[in-house]
Design a protein around this ligand. Structure first.
Ligand code: SF4
Ligand code: SF4
Length: 182
């Protein structure tokens, strides 16, 4: 059989990969590095991208910028898919406009059409209502701490979950917010 891929590319399961294991502060969180400069930012950039891919992390320069809330709340009331107390995407009777949110939050944009899907299960979308009644975001996240110094783009917090610096108003799925009915 003729294939465009050489055999060694099709069977890569035994290929050696680098596995990072940065020092930890405790069982749950990584220890913030005091290192600054380009080499450190390259490491953090990769870690941040990992969180963008697997935990929907977004800020103006990483992940999907349309899922970045410059107000840092990520509440349903400011999402493109909310219409009144209904969500166009989720199969949910009612959303909480003030403190509800899910992994599909998107900035309100007149140029971004939505559709009457009412289809995605709330659990699949990690829908939840923040106990604080206000919303989510790195600035409220128990896994964030003040960065020793901002990175070159101005990220002022350190994410101990993923080992990279973040903007206070960024967010991700691992946000640690206490939820109602949890
Ligand atoms: S449930 Fe998710 S997609 Fe629906 S309005 Fe709220 S944040 Fe947006
Ligand atoms: S600080 Fe919290 S919300 Fe922000 S990226 Fe890290 S885990 Fe996610």
């Amino acid at each position: 059989m003729v294939t465009v891929f050489p055999e060694e590319m099709l069977n890569k399961s035994s290929l050696e990969r680098k596995v990072l294991s940065p020092p930890k502060k405790d069982e749950e969180l990584f220890l913030q590095s005091k290192e600054t400069g380009a080499a450190r930012e390259v490491i953090e950039g990769h870690n941040r991208q990992r969180f963008a891919n697997h935990f929907n992390y977004a800020d103006p320069y990483c992940g999907n910028p349309k899922t970045y809330d410059h107000q840092g709340n990520y509440n349903c009331g400011r999402c493109n898919q909310a219409v009144g107390d209904k969500c166009l995407l989720l199969k949910i009777a009612k959303i909480d406009r003030k403190a509800g949110s899910c992994e599909d939050w998107e900035v309100i944009d007149a140029g971004d059409t939505e559709m009457t899907l009412y289809n995605k299960h709330p659990e699949t979308a990690s829908y939840g209502i923040a106990k604080n009644g206000k919303g989510f975001g790195c600035h409220r996240c128990p896994y964030a701490s003040k960065a020793y110094s901002p990175d070159s783009l101005g990220r002022t917090l350190y994410c101990g979950k993923g080992d990279f610096r973040v903007f206070p108003n960024a967010c991700c799925l691992a946000n640690g917010a206490e939820l109602i009915n949890e």
